[in-house]
Design a protein around this ligand. Structure first.
Ligand SMILES: Nc1ncnc2c1ncn2[C@@H]1O[C@H](COP(=O)(O)OP(=O)(O)OP(=O)(O)O)[C@@H](O)[C@H]1O
Ligand SMILES: [Mg+2]
Length: 137
C-alpha cells in the first residue's frame, strides 16, 4: 500500500507529481472517496502536472470530459455519480476509452464497479481534517 499526504491545496501540485511517479504504468485510475473528499481537485492537479491547459472541472452534463496533455494526447476524466444504470456508461463507449491507451481518471467508480478493468488502480481519498487529505493506493 502506498500513501501520499496532501497538506492543503498548496501541496496539490507536489502531491500530483509524486502520485504520477508512484503510479507509473497505471493508466486507468479509480478515485474513491466521499462527497467533497477532493476527487475532482486531485484529478485537476494531476491533469495540470501532465501539462493539461484546458479547464478541468467535473463532467456535469456528460459522463466524460476530454482534455489534452502537454503533448496533445487525450486525457479522459469520468464522473459516474449521476448514472442510473450500467448501460448509460456502456453507451458512451466506455471500453473504447479504457482500451485507448490514454489516461482514464474516474470519480464515483463504485457506480460501474462491475465494468472496471482488472488493471484499474484503486485510490482511496480520505479526509483527515479540513485541510489534509490522504491518498491510499
Ligand atoms: N488536498 C486538499 N486540501 C484541502 N482542501 C481540499 C483538498 N482537496 C480538496 N479540497 C477541498 O475540498 C472541497 C471539495 O473538493 P472536490 O470537489 O474535489 O471533491 P469531490 O471528491 O470531487 O466531490 P464530489 O463527490 O462531490 O465530486 C473543495 O472545496 C476543495 O477545495
Ligand atoms: Mg467531484
Amino acid at each position: 500500500m502506498k500513501e501520499i499526504i496532501v497538506n492543503g491545496t498548496g501541496d496539490l501540485d507536489r502531491a500530483a507529481r509524486v502520485f504520477l511517479e508512484k503510479s507509473a504504468g497505471s493508466r486507468i485510475v479509480a478515485f474513491y472517496g466521499q462527497m467533497g473528499a477532493g476527487k475532482t481537485t486531485f484529478i485537476t492537479a494531476l491533469c495540470r502536472a501532465m501539462g493539461v491547459k484546458d479547464v478541468v472541472t467535473s463532467p456535469t452534463f456528460t459522463i466524460v470530459n476530454e482534455y489534452r496533455d502537454g503533448k496533445g494526447d487525450p486525457v479522459y476524466h469520468f464522473d459516474f455519480y449521476r448514472i442510473n444504470r450500467l448501460s448509460e456508461a456502456m453507451d458512451i463507449g466506455l471500453f473504447e476509452y479504457f482500451d485507448s491507451g490514454f489516461p482514464c481518471f474516474m470519480e464515483w467508480p463504485e457506480m460501474i464497479q462491475e465494468l472496471l478493468p482488472e488493471e484499474t488502480l484503486k485510490v482511496q481519498i480520505l479526509t483527515d481534517d479540513e485541510n489534509t487529505r490522504r491518498l491510499l493506493f
